[in-house]
Design a binder for this molecule. Structure first.
Ligand code: NI
Length: 177
């Protein structure tokens, strides 16, 4: 079922989400189906459960490579529950981000360049990956939602935050997260 995505200003986006305690349940599968339906409907690159008003540490993401956006590489379709993130170096990089909870806008956001993330799938199987660049950025963006952090809170230079049409007139932009 397509759910309403909460927008910045809604207090529920600012809470710390709680860990999932039971895997493989009908409730968890239903939540994930709603998240997939909602993300697909909005053509998003990722979605965190708090964005549909569910305060659980569940995110989904996935991006198909698109030659129009060479900086946004392919990211496998992933369900990530109770995640942990660990940067693999001090290196950071900045790039434009958008968010389904901040529709129609982009900001220039610093993120760790390389990190290892770990967590569980919907059946409770643990997995971990070491990633860099765009994949690392998407994971950091989604996991921030679980701690009540929206990307505008991470922008260092607020002159690089604005509406898509004003920042990039006439351009077709990559997906929001
Ligand atoms: Ni977002």
């Amino acid at each position: 079922m397509i759910r309403e995505v909460l927008r910045m200003g809604d207090e529920r986006l600012l809470r710390r989400a709680v860990e999932v305690g039971r895997f493989g349940t009908p409730e968890l599968f239903a939540l994930l189906q709603d998240m997939r339906d909602t993300m697909a409907h909005l053509n998003g690159a990722g979605l965190a459960a708090p964005q549909i008003g569910v305060g659980l540490r569940v995110v989904i993401f996935g991006v198909t490579a698109n030659p129009r956006y060479p900086d946004a590489g392919e990211v496998p379709d992933t369900v990530l529950i109770n995640p942990t993130l660990e940067p693999l170096s001090d290196e950071t990089e900045e790039a434009w981000e958008g968010c389904l909870s901040v529709p129609g806008m982009r900001g220039w956001v610093p993120r760790w360049s390389r990190l290892r993330y770990a967590g569980f799938d919907e059946q409770g199987r643990r997995f971990e990956r070491s990633v860099a660049g765009f994949h690392a950025r998407v994971v950091q963006h989604e996991c921030d939602h679980l701690d009540g952090i929206l990307y505008p809170m991470r922008i260092r230079d607020l002159t690089k935050f604005g509406f898509n049409e004003a920042l990039f007139p006439g351009q077709d932009l990559p997906q929001e997260e």
